[in-house]
Design a protein around this ligand. Sequence first.
Ligand code: KIV
Ligand code: ZN
Length: 512
Amino acid sequence: MRTIKIFDTTLRDGEQSAGVNLNFSEKLEIAKQLERLNVDIIEAGFPAASKGDFASVEQIAKTIRSASVTGLARAVKSDIDAAWESLKEGAEPRLHTFLATSPIHREYKLKKSKEEVIATAVEAVQYASKMFPIIQWSAEDASRTELPFLAEIIEKVIRAGANIINIPDTVGYGTPAEYGRIFSYLREHVPSIDKVHLSAHCHDDLGMAIANSLAAVENGATQVEGTINGIGERAGNAALEEFAVALHIRKDFYGASTAMNLQEISRTSSLVSKLTGMTVPANKAVVGKNAFAHESGIHQDGVLKNKSTYEIISPELVGFHSNAMVLGKHSGKHAFKNRLSELGLTVPDEEIPALFTIFKDLADRKKEMTDEDLAAIVLEEKLSKDQRFYELMQIQVQYGTNQIPTATVTLSGKQNEMLQEAATGAGSIEALYNTLEKCITGEVHLLDYRIQSVGAGRDALAQVYVSLQYEGQESSGRGLAQDVLEASAKAYLNAVNRVIYLKESKTAVLNV
Ligand code: KIV
Ligand code: ZN
Protein backbone atom coordinates (compact mmCIF):
# COMPACT_ATOMS: atom_id res chain seq x y z
CA MET A 1 0.00 0.00 0.00
CA ARG A 2 1.48 3.38 -1.03
CA THR A 3 0.88 6.46 1.11
CA ILE A 4 -0.08 9.57 -0.84
CA LYS A 5 0.87 12.87 0.75
CA ILE A 6 -1.88 15.45 1.07
CA PHE A 7 -1.03 19.07 0.24
CA ASP A 8 -3.81 21.37 1.37
CA THR A 9 -4.13 24.73 -0.37
CA THR A 10 -7.46 25.90 1.13
CA LEU A 11 -5.73 28.98 2.55
CA ARG A 12 -4.02 29.91 -0.74
CA ASP A 13 -5.78 28.58 -3.87
CA GLY A 14 -9.02 28.16 -1.90
CA GLU A 15 -8.87 31.70 -0.59
CA GLN A 16 -8.58 32.88 -4.20
CA SER A 17 -12.29 31.96 -4.63
CA ALA A 18 -14.35 34.96 -5.70
CA GLY A 19 -15.94 36.64 -2.68
CA VAL A 20 -13.80 34.89 -0.05
CA ASN A 21 -11.71 37.03 2.28
CA LEU A 22 -10.49 35.32 5.41
CA ASN A 23 -8.91 37.38 8.14
CA PHE A 24 -5.86 36.50 10.23
CA SER A 25 -7.68 34.67 13.04
CA GLU A 26 -9.92 32.78 10.63
CA LYS A 27 -6.89 31.51 8.69
CA LEU A 28 -5.22 30.40 11.89
CA GLU A 29 -8.35 28.57 13.02
CA ILE A 30 -8.56 26.72 9.70
CA ALA A 31 -4.85 25.84 9.83
CA LYS A 32 -5.27 24.34 13.32
CA GLN A 33 -8.19 22.26 12.08
CA LEU A 34 -6.14 21.11 9.06
CA GLU A 35 -3.49 19.96 11.51
CA ARG A 36 -6.14 17.89 13.33
CA LEU A 37 -7.22 16.49 9.98
CA ASN A 38 -3.60 15.42 9.67
CA VAL A 39 -2.82 16.77 6.22
CA ASP A 40 0.89 16.55 5.40
CA ILE A 41 1.42 20.04 4.00
CA ILE A 42 -0.48 23.29 4.54
CA GLU A 43 -0.06 26.03 1.98
CA ALA A 44 -0.80 28.98 4.24
CA GLY A 45 -0.80 31.78 1.66
CA PHE A 46 1.27 33.91 -0.64
CA PRO A 47 3.62 35.86 1.67
CA ALA A 48 4.71 38.48 -0.88
CA ALA A 49 1.12 39.34 -1.82
CA SER A 50 0.36 41.58 1.14
CA LYS A 51 1.40 42.38 4.71
CA GLY A 52 -1.68 40.53 5.90
CA ASP A 53 -0.74 37.39 3.94
CA PHE A 54 2.82 37.58 5.25
CA ALA A 55 1.67 37.88 8.85
CA SER A 56 -0.77 35.00 8.66
CA VAL A 57 1.72 32.68 6.93
CA GLU A 58 4.30 33.56 9.59
CA GLN A 59 1.88 32.93 12.46
CA ILE A 60 0.65 29.65 10.98
CA ALA A 61 4.24 28.44 10.42
CA LYS A 62 5.08 29.24 14.05
CA THR A 63 1.95 27.55 15.39
CA ILE A 64 1.62 24.36 13.36
CA ARG A 65 3.98 21.59 14.46
CA SER A 66 2.80 18.36 12.90
CA ALA A 67 2.42 19.49 9.29
CA SER A 68 4.89 21.18 7.00
CA VAL A 69 3.82 24.77 6.26
CA THR A 70 4.56 26.26 2.86
CA GLY A 71 3.96 29.54 1.03
CA LEU A 72 3.73 30.43 -2.64
CA ALA A 73 6.36 32.52 -4.44
CA ARG A 74 6.75 33.62 -8.04
CA ALA A 75 10.14 33.03 -9.63
CA VAL A 76 11.45 36.33 -8.28
CA LYS A 77 13.94 36.89 -5.48
CA SER A 78 11.77 39.26 -3.47
CA ASP A 79 8.92 36.69 -3.35
CA ILE A 80 11.34 33.95 -2.26
CA ASP A 81 12.86 36.21 0.41
CA ALA A 82 9.40 37.07 1.76
CA ALA A 83 8.51 33.37 1.81
CA TRP A 84 11.67 32.51 3.73
CA GLU A 85 11.15 35.30 6.29
CA SER A 86 7.61 34.12 6.96
CA LEU A 87 8.32 30.37 6.96
CA LYS A 88 11.75 30.02 8.54
CA GLU A 89 10.40 29.27 12.01
CA GLY A 90 8.11 26.50 10.77
CA ALA A 91 8.55 22.87 11.81
CA GLU A 92 9.65 22.01 8.27
CA PRO A 93 9.97 25.13 6.08
CA ARG A 94 9.27 24.49 2.44
CA LEU A 95 8.93 26.76 -0.55
CA HIS A 96 6.39 26.49 -3.32
CA THR A 97 7.64 28.38 -6.33
CA PHE A 98 6.09 28.33 -9.78
CA LEU A 99 6.46 29.49 -13.35
CA ALA A 100 4.16 29.04 -16.32
CA THR A 101 5.40 26.68 -19.02
CA SER A 102 2.62 26.37 -21.64
CA PRO A 103 2.94 28.06 -25.05
CA ILE A 104 -0.12 30.24 -24.31
CA HIS A 105 1.36 31.53 -21.06
CA ARG A 106 4.88 31.89 -22.49
CA GLU A 107 3.64 33.96 -25.41
CA TYR A 108 0.88 36.10 -23.89
CA LYS A 109 1.62 36.33 -20.19
CA LEU A 110 5.36 35.97 -19.72
CA LYS A 111 6.49 37.02 -23.20
CA LYS A 112 9.48 34.73 -22.79
CA SER A 113 11.10 32.12 -25.01
CA LYS A 114 11.49 28.51 -23.86
CA GLU A 115 15.14 29.19 -23.00
CA GLU A 116 14.23 32.26 -20.94
CA VAL A 117 11.56 30.31 -19.05
CA ILE A 118 14.08 27.57 -18.20
CA ALA A 119 16.68 30.11 -17.09
CA THR A 120 14.18 31.97 -14.86
CA ALA A 121 12.93 28.76 -13.22
CA VAL A 122 16.42 27.38 -12.63
CA GLU A 123 17.66 30.66 -11.18
CA ALA A 124 14.71 30.84 -8.78
CA VAL A 125 15.22 27.27 -7.53
CA GLN A 126 18.99 27.76 -7.14
CA TYR A 127 18.40 30.96 -5.19
CA ALA A 128 15.77 29.30 -2.95
CA SER A 129 17.95 26.27 -2.25
CA LYS A 130 20.37 28.50 -0.33
CA MET A 131 17.63 28.95 2.29
CA PHE A 132 14.97 26.25 2.03
CA PRO A 133 15.57 22.57 2.87
CA ILE A 134 12.56 21.55 0.74
CA ILE A 135 11.51 23.16 -2.53
CA GLN A 136 8.44 22.39 -4.56
CA TRP A 137 8.46 23.65 -8.12
CA SER A 138 5.23 23.95 -10.14
CA ALA A 139 4.95 24.18 -13.91
CA GLU A 140 1.88 26.39 -14.15
CA ASP A 141 -0.47 25.24 -16.94
CA ALA A 142 1.58 22.06 -17.22
CA SER A 143 -1.29 20.12 -18.79
CA ARG A 144 -1.20 22.43 -21.85
CA THR A 145 2.58 22.33 -22.16
CA GLU A 146 4.47 20.38 -24.88
CA LEU A 147 5.61 17.17 -23.15
CA PRO A 148 9.25 17.26 -24.37
CA PHE A 149 9.60 20.86 -23.11
CA LEU A 150 7.97 19.93 -19.80
CA ALA A 151 10.42 17.04 -19.39
CA GLU A 152 13.37 19.29 -20.25
CA ILE A 153 12.55 22.06 -17.78
CA ILE A 154 11.72 19.56 -15.02
CA GLU A 155 15.10 17.83 -15.40
CA LYS A 156 16.79 21.24 -15.08
CA VAL A 157 14.89 22.38 -11.99
CA ILE A 158 15.56 19.04 -10.30
CA ARG A 159 19.27 19.53 -10.94
CA ALA A 160 18.93 23.07 -9.56
CA GLY A 161 17.60 21.68 -6.26
CA ALA A 162 13.82 21.04 -6.47
CA ASN A 163 12.55 18.11 -4.38
CA ILE A 164 8.90 18.02 -5.42
CA ILE A 165 7.62 18.57 -8.93
CA ASN A 166 4.03 19.68 -9.23
CA ILE A 167 2.04 19.28 -12.45
CA PRO A 168 -0.90 21.69 -12.28
CA ASP A 169 -3.91 21.32 -14.52
CA THR A 170 -4.30 25.06 -13.95
CA VAL A 171 -7.40 25.60 -16.08
CA GLY A 172 -9.01 22.19 -15.52
CA TYR A 173 -8.53 21.25 -19.18
CA GLY A 174 -7.05 17.75 -18.93
CA THR A 175 -8.94 14.48 -19.10
CA PRO A 176 -8.02 11.60 -16.76
CA ALA A 177 -6.28 9.61 -19.53
CA GLU A 178 -4.29 12.64 -20.75
CA TYR A 179 -3.40 13.88 -17.30
CA GLY A 180 -2.30 10.42 -16.15
CA ARG A 181 -0.15 10.11 -19.28
CA ILE A 182 1.79 13.27 -18.37
CA PHE A 183 2.98 11.50 -15.22
CA SER A 184 3.96 8.29 -17.00
CA TYR A 185 5.70 10.31 -19.75
CA LEU A 186 7.72 12.27 -17.20
CA ARG A 187 8.70 9.09 -15.38
CA GLU A 188 10.04 7.72 -18.66
CA HIS A 189 11.69 10.86 -20.02
CA VAL A 190 13.14 12.79 -17.08
CA PRO A 191 16.48 11.16 -16.09
CA SER A 192 16.44 12.50 -12.49
CA ILE A 193 12.75 11.80 -11.83
CA ASP A 194 13.45 9.18 -9.15
CA LYS A 195 15.04 11.84 -6.95
CA VAL A 196 11.75 13.75 -6.52
CA HIS A 197 8.12 13.37 -5.54
CA LEU A 198 5.52 14.00 -8.24
CA SER A 199 2.49 16.02 -7.26
CA ALA A 200 -0.96 16.49 -8.87
CA HIS A 201 -2.83 19.80 -8.69
CA CYS A 202 -6.18 19.79 -10.46
CA HIS A 203 -8.87 22.37 -11.08
CA ASP A 204 -12.49 21.44 -11.63
CA ASP A 205 -13.55 23.48 -14.66
CA LEU A 206 -14.83 20.38 -16.48
CA GLY A 207 -15.77 18.54 -13.29
CA MET A 208 -12.77 16.20 -13.62
CA ALA A 209 -10.49 17.36 -10.78
CA ILE A 210 -10.92 14.23 -8.65
CA ALA A 211 -10.83 11.80 -11.60
CA ASN A 212 -7.65 13.53 -12.82
CA SER A 213 -6.02 13.40 -9.37
CA LEU A 214 -6.78 9.69 -9.11
CA ALA A 215 -5.40 9.12 -12.62
CA ALA A 216 -2.20 10.85 -11.49
CA VAL A 217 -1.94 8.47 -8.53
CA GLU A 218 -2.37 5.50 -10.87
CA ASN A 219 0.52 6.86 -12.90
CA GLY A 220 2.99 7.51 -10.13
CA ALA A 221 2.01 10.74 -8.32
CA THR A 222 2.93 10.53 -4.63
CA GLN A 223 1.35 13.82 -3.57
CA VAL A 224 -2.08 15.29 -4.30
CA GLU A 225 -3.09 18.91 -3.82
CA GLY A 226 -6.52 20.33 -3.25
CA THR A 227 -8.82 22.22 -0.93
CA ILE A 228 -11.50 21.45 1.61
CA ASN A 229 -14.94 21.41 -0.03
CA GLY A 230 -13.15 21.92 -3.36
CA ILE A 231 -13.21 25.72 -3.03
CA GLY A 232 -10.85 27.70 -5.25
CA GLU A 233 -10.44 29.78 -8.39
CA ARG A 234 -13.41 29.57 -10.80
CA ALA A 235 -14.94 26.06 -10.42
CA GLY A 236 -12.48 25.29 -7.64
CA ASN A 237 -9.80 22.70 -6.89
CA ALA A 238 -9.92 18.96 -6.25
CA ALA A 239 -11.89 18.41 -3.00
CA LEU A 240 -9.45 16.74 -0.62
CA GLU A 241 -12.14 15.01 1.43
CA GLU A 242 -13.45 13.35 -1.74
CA PHE A 243 -9.98 12.30 -2.80
CA ALA A 244 -9.05 10.80 0.59
CA VAL A 245 -12.35 8.95 0.96
CA ALA A 246 -12.16 7.63 -2.62
CA LEU A 247 -8.71 6.17 -1.89
CA HIS A 248 -9.95 4.73 1.40
CA ILE A 249 -13.09 3.12 0.01
CA ARG A 250 -11.37 1.87 -3.16
CA LYS A 251 -8.01 0.87 -1.71
CA ASP A 252 -8.62 -2.50 -3.35
CA PHE A 253 -8.32 -0.71 -6.70
CA TYR A 254 -5.78 2.06 -6.06
CA GLY A 255 -3.56 0.25 -3.56
CA ALA A 256 -2.92 3.59 -1.87
CA SER A 257 -4.09 5.55 1.15
CA THR A 258 -3.46 8.83 2.93
CA ALA A 259 -2.62 9.67 6.54
CA MET A 260 -5.68 11.90 6.76
CA ASN A 261 -7.80 11.54 9.88
CA LEU A 262 -11.08 10.89 8.09
CA GLN A 263 -13.10 11.40 11.29
CA GLU A 264 -12.20 15.10 11.19
CA ILE A 265 -13.64 15.62 7.71
CA SER A 266 -17.14 16.80 8.62
CA ARG A 267 -15.82 19.29 11.19
CA THR A 268 -13.24 20.68 8.78
CA SER A 269 -15.76 20.99 5.99
CA SER A 270 -18.23 22.81 8.20
CA LEU A 271 -15.57 25.19 9.57
CA VAL A 272 -14.35 26.10 6.08
CA SER A 273 -17.88 26.56 4.83
CA LYS A 274 -18.81 28.77 7.78
CA LEU A 275 -15.73 30.98 7.62
CA THR A 276 -15.61 31.37 3.84
CA GLY A 277 -19.38 31.71 3.46
CA MET A 278 -19.23 29.12 0.65
CA THR A 279 -22.16 26.84 1.29
CA VAL A 280 -21.66 23.13 0.66
CA PRO A 281 -24.29 21.93 -1.87
CA ALA A 282 -26.64 19.34 -0.32
CA ASN A 283 -25.74 16.74 -2.95
CA LYS A 284 -21.97 17.20 -2.68
CA ALA A 285 -20.05 13.91 -2.32
CA VAL A 286 -18.83 13.02 1.20
CA VAL A 287 -19.86 16.22 3.02
CA GLY A 288 -23.19 17.30 1.50
CA LYS A 289 -26.27 17.28 3.74
CA ASN A 290 -27.87 14.61 1.54
CA ALA A 291 -24.75 12.50 1.04
CA PHE A 292 -26.08 9.90 3.48
CA ALA A 293 -29.82 10.49 3.11
CA HIS A 294 -31.92 7.74 1.56
CA GLU A 295 -35.13 9.14 0.16
CA SER A 296 -36.79 6.53 -2.03
CA GLY A 297 -38.81 3.77 -0.37
CA ILE A 298 -36.85 1.06 -2.17
CA HIS A 299 -33.53 2.48 -0.94
CA GLN A 300 -34.81 2.95 2.63
CA ASP A 301 -36.06 -0.62 2.66
CA GLY A 302 -32.69 -1.90 1.40
CA VAL A 303 -30.71 0.13 3.96
CA LEU A 304 -32.92 -1.10 6.79
CA LYS A 305 -32.25 -4.69 5.73
CA ASN A 306 -28.54 -4.13 5.24
CA LYS A 307 -26.72 -0.78 4.98
CA SER A 308 -24.35 -2.07 2.33
CA THR A 309 -27.19 -2.25 -0.19
CA TYR A 310 -27.08 1.50 -0.85
CA GLU A 311 -24.41 2.94 1.46
CA ILE A 312 -20.75 2.68 0.50
CA ILE A 313 -19.52 5.32 3.00
CA SER A 314 -20.77 5.38 6.56
CA PRO A 315 -21.45 8.86 7.95
CA GLU A 316 -19.41 7.98 11.06
CA LEU A 317 -16.35 7.32 8.91
CA VAL A 318 -16.15 11.02 8.07
CA GLY A 319 -17.21 12.25 11.49
CA PHE A 320 -20.95 12.81 11.13
CA HIS A 321 -22.72 11.99 14.36
CA SER A 322 -26.28 12.76 15.35
CA ASN A 323 -26.37 16.32 16.53
CA ALA A 324 -27.98 15.69 19.94
CA MET A 325 -28.66 18.31 22.54
CA VAL A 326 -25.55 18.36 24.68
CA LEU A 327 -25.80 21.40 26.90
CA GLY A 328 -28.63 23.44 28.29
CA LYS A 329 -29.28 26.40 30.53
CA HIS A 330 -28.41 24.38 33.63
CA SER A 331 -24.98 23.33 32.36
CA GLY A 332 -22.00 24.70 34.25
CA LYS A 333 -18.86 26.44 33.06
CA HIS A 334 -16.84 23.26 33.44
CA ALA A 335 -19.12 21.19 31.18
CA PHE A 336 -19.16 24.07 28.71
CA LYS A 337 -15.37 24.21 28.56
CA ASN A 338 -15.08 20.42 28.21
CA ARG A 339 -17.53 20.32 25.36
CA LEU A 340 -15.62 23.06 23.53
CA SER A 341 -12.40 21.10 23.72
CA GLU A 342 -14.18 17.90 22.62
CA LEU A 343 -15.33 19.87 19.60
CA GLY A 344 -11.75 20.88 18.86
CA LEU A 345 -12.38 24.53 19.77
CA THR A 346 -9.35 25.75 21.64
CA VAL A 347 -10.25 28.73 23.78
CA PRO A 348 -7.79 30.30 26.25
CA ASP A 349 -9.01 30.16 29.87
CA GLU A 350 -9.36 33.93 30.13
CA GLU A 351 -11.87 33.96 27.24
CA ILE A 352 -14.14 31.30 28.75
CA PRO A 353 -16.17 33.58 31.09
CA ALA A 354 -17.27 35.95 28.29
CA LEU A 355 -18.19 33.05 26.01
CA PHE A 356 -20.03 31.33 28.83
CA THR A 357 -22.14 34.45 29.40
CA ILE A 358 -23.11 34.50 25.71
CA PHE A 359 -23.91 30.80 25.88
CA LYS A 360 -26.08 31.20 29.02
CA ASP A 361 -27.94 34.10 27.52
CA LEU A 362 -28.73 32.05 24.42
CA ALA A 363 -29.53 28.89 26.37
CA ASP A 364 -32.19 30.88 28.25
CA ARG A 365 -33.95 31.69 25.01
CA LYS A 366 -33.27 28.60 22.93
CA LYS A 367 -34.71 25.20 23.86
CA GLU A 368 -32.01 23.04 22.35
CA MET A 369 -28.32 23.84 22.20
CA THR A 370 -26.53 21.58 19.76
CA ASP A 371 -22.84 21.16 19.01
CA GLU A 372 -23.44 23.11 15.82
CA ASP A 373 -24.85 26.05 17.85
CA LEU A 374 -21.94 25.91 20.23
CA ALA A 375 -19.36 25.91 17.47
CA ALA A 376 -21.17 28.77 15.72
CA ILE A 377 -21.33 31.08 18.75
CA VAL A 378 -17.76 30.41 19.83
CA LEU A 379 -16.35 31.00 16.36
CA GLU A 380 -18.38 34.13 15.92
CA GLU A 381 -17.19 35.62 19.18
CA LYS A 382 -13.60 34.48 18.90
CA LEU A 383 -12.97 35.42 15.31
CA SER A 384 -14.57 38.80 14.99
CA LYS A 385 -13.44 40.45 18.21
CA ASP A 386 -10.26 41.97 16.76
CA GLN A 387 -12.23 43.65 13.99
CA ARG A 388 -14.99 45.57 15.69
CA PHE A 389 -14.67 49.17 14.63
CA TYR A 390 -18.42 49.65 14.37
CA GLU A 391 -20.31 47.59 16.89
CA LEU A 392 -24.03 47.00 17.08
CA MET A 393 -25.57 48.19 20.34
CA GLN A 394 -29.30 48.22 19.61
CA ILE A 395 -31.76 47.87 16.78
CA GLN A 396 -35.44 48.41 16.53
CA VAL A 397 -37.36 47.65 13.36
CA GLN A 398 -41.03 48.36 12.80
CA TYR A 399 -42.81 46.37 10.16
CA GLY A 400 -46.46 45.94 9.27
CA THR A 401 -48.17 45.08 5.99
CA ASN A 402 -49.76 48.55 5.84
CA GLN A 403 -46.82 50.47 7.23
CA ILE A 404 -43.54 51.83 5.87
CA PRO A 405 -40.76 49.69 7.42
CA THR A 406 -38.65 51.86 9.71
CA ALA A 407 -35.42 51.02 11.54
CA THR A 408 -33.62 52.75 14.40
CA VAL A 409 -30.06 51.73 15.12
CA THR A 410 -27.53 52.53 17.82
CA LEU A 411 -23.90 51.74 17.09
CA SER A 412 -20.66 52.33 18.86
CA GLY A 413 -18.35 54.00 16.36
CA LYS A 414 -14.65 53.82 15.56
CA GLN A 415 -13.73 56.01 18.54
CA ASN A 416 -16.31 54.38 20.82
CA GLU A 417 -18.71 57.29 20.20
CA MET A 418 -22.45 56.56 20.16
CA LEU A 419 -24.11 56.79 16.75
CA GLN A 420 -27.86 56.76 16.37
CA GLU A 421 -29.92 57.00 13.20
CA ALA A 422 -33.31 56.07 11.76
CA ALA A 423 -34.40 55.41 8.19
CA THR A 424 -37.08 53.72 6.15
CA GLY A 425 -36.97 51.20 3.31
CA ALA A 426 -39.20 49.08 1.10
CA GLY A 427 -38.68 46.14 3.46
CA SER A 428 -37.25 45.56 6.95
CA ILE A 429 -33.76 44.65 5.75
CA GLU A 430 -33.60 47.65 3.42
CA ALA A 431 -34.72 49.94 6.25
CA LEU A 432 -32.05 48.43 8.49
CA TYR A 433 -29.30 48.69 5.91
CA ASN A 434 -30.30 52.27 4.97
CA THR A 435 -30.01 53.17 8.65
CA LEU A 436 -26.62 51.48 9.04
CA GLU A 437 -25.36 53.32 5.98
CA LYS A 438 -26.37 56.62 7.58
CA CYS A 439 -24.38 55.72 10.71
CA ILE A 440 -21.13 54.88 9.00
CA THR A 441 -19.16 57.26 6.83
CA GLY A 442 -19.02 56.25 3.17
CA GLU A 443 -21.27 54.65 0.60
CA VAL A 444 -22.14 50.97 0.75
CA HIS A 445 -23.42 48.88 -2.17
CA LEU A 446 -24.94 45.56 -1.24
CA LEU A 447 -23.86 42.87 -3.72
CA ASP A 448 -25.26 39.72 -2.16
CA TYR A 449 -27.29 38.66 0.86
CA ARG A 450 -27.88 35.08 2.06
CA ILE A 451 -29.51 33.66 5.11
CA GLN A 452 -29.16 30.15 6.48
CA SER A 453 -30.30 28.44 9.64
CA VAL A 454 -27.77 26.80 11.95
CA GLY A 455 -29.30 23.37 12.46
CA ALA A 456 -33.03 22.75 12.49
CA GLY A 457 -36.04 23.96 14.46
CA ARG A 458 -38.02 27.18 14.74
CA ASP A 459 -35.65 28.56 17.32
CA ALA A 460 -32.55 27.85 15.18
CA LEU A 461 -29.86 30.52 15.04
CA ALA A 462 -29.75 32.62 11.88
CA GLN A 463 -26.47 32.91 9.99
CA VAL A 464 -26.40 35.74 7.45
CA TYR A 465 -23.74 36.25 4.79
CA VAL A 466 -23.42 39.51 2.88
CA SER A 467 -21.13 40.72 0.22
CA LEU A 468 -20.84 44.46 -0.30
CA GLN A 469 -18.71 47.26 -1.64
CA TYR A 470 -17.50 49.89 0.82
CA GLU A 471 -14.97 52.63 0.05
CA GLY A 472 -14.38 51.04 -3.35
CA GLN A 473 -13.42 47.69 -1.84
CA GLU A 474 -15.41 44.45 -2.08
CA SER A 475 -15.83 42.61 1.16
CA SER A 476 -17.90 39.85 2.67
CA GLY A 477 -19.16 39.44 6.21
CA ARG A 478 -21.20 37.13 8.34
CA GLY A 479 -23.45 37.60 11.34
CA LEU A 480 -25.02 35.18 13.77
CA ALA A 481 -27.99 35.79 16.04
CA GLN A 482 -31.23 34.24 17.05
CA ASP A 483 -33.07 36.98 15.24
CA VAL A 484 -32.69 37.36 11.48
CA LEU A 485 -32.62 41.17 11.60
CA GLU A 486 -29.90 41.24 14.22
CA ALA A 487 -27.88 38.65 12.25
CA SER A 488 -28.35 40.80 9.12
CA ALA A 489 -27.08 43.93 10.86
CA LYS A 490 -24.06 42.07 12.26
CA ALA A 491 -23.15 40.60 8.85
CA TYR A 492 -23.28 44.07 7.27
CA LEU A 493 -21.08 45.60 9.97
CA ASN A 494 -18.69 42.64 9.84
CA ALA A 495 -18.12 43.27 6.10
CA VAL A 496 -17.60 47.02 6.67
CA ASN A 497 -15.24 46.34 9.59
CA ARG A 498 -13.13 44.02 7.42
CA VAL A 499 -12.55 46.84 4.92
CA ILE A 500 -11.48 49.19 7.71
CA TYR A 501 -9.21 46.51 9.18
CA LEU A 502 -7.55 45.89 5.81
CA LYS A 503 -7.04 49.63 5.28
CA GLU A 504 -5.65 50.11 8.77
CA SER A 505 -3.14 47.32 8.33
CA LYS A 506 -2.18 49.06 5.05
CA THR A 507 -2.24 45.94 2.96
CA ALA A 508 -1.23 46.25 -0.65
CA VAL A 509 -2.98 43.41 -2.44
CA LEU A 510 -1.17 42.09 -5.45
CA ASN A 511 -2.90 40.06 -8.13
CA VAL A 512 -1.41 36.85 -9.58
O1 KIV B 1 -3.33 26.13 -10.54
C1 KIV B 1 -2.13 26.45 -10.52
O2 KIV B 1 -1.41 26.39 -11.51
C2 KIV B 1 -1.59 26.94 -9.26
C3 KIV B 1 -0.12 27.09 -9.19
C4 KIV B 1 0.30 28.36 -8.56
C5 KIV B 1 0.45 25.89 -8.52
O3 KIV B 1 -2.31 27.12 -8.30
ZN1 ZN C 1 -4.28 26.10 -8.62
